[in-house]
Design a protein around this ligand. Structure first.
Ligand SMILES: [Zn+2]
Length: 160
């Protein structure tokens, strides 16, 4: 038997072991579940917290359900209003969260699950009526602020 042969046999054995490990992992409770870096499993998109603080950016934050999470912000949904209807510009998860799940579940599975989570968040878990109302108020505030700054007194004109 040549050296090459031995190496090939070793590789085959190793492959067998790692495949068995993968199968064991996928049979555990955490299989196929998205997880935050802090350890919190997120089985349903409804578990995320969605908060609308960055109104000037029309940006909705997606937060970890775990209040003591050190990462907190997992992603965001950015939109604009068109005829008072929300139009999604961008919806994404941040890379630490994505990388963590890619490492656990594999790129394909993680990408697919995270895509579904984003879709469901947008469709079911964001209170768009409330968001639109708050955004309209924000737009009004921005309009007033812009008007105030452009109508600041110009002393030159008042002279004479
Ligand atoms: Zn977390």
């Amino acid at each position: 038997m040549s050296c090459h042969h031995l190496i090939r046999i070793k590789q085959t054995l190793n492959n067998g072991v790692s495949k068995r490990k993968e199968r064991e992992n996928s049979m555990s409770d955490e299989s196929g579940q998205i997880q935050c870096v802090c350890g919190r499993l997120i089985k349903e998109p409804s578990e995320y917290k969605v908060v609308y603080i960055k109104k000037e950016n029309r940006e909705i934050d997606i937060l970890c359900p775990n209040d003591t999470c050190y990462l907190r912000e997992l992603g965001f949904i950015q939109f604009t209003l068109e005829d008072e209807k929300p139009k999604i510009l961008k919806a994404t998860f941040y890379s630490p969260f994505v990388t963590w799940n890619t490492a656990r579940l594999g790129k394909e599975r993680a990408t697919e699950l995270l895509r579904v989570h984003l879709q469901q968040l947008i469709r079911r878990n964001v209170d768009w009526n409330k968001i639109v109302e708050e955004t309209k108020k924000q737009i009004e505030r921005e309009r007033v602020a812009a008007a105030a700054s452009s109508s600041s007194p110009t002393p030159d004109l008042e002279v004479g």
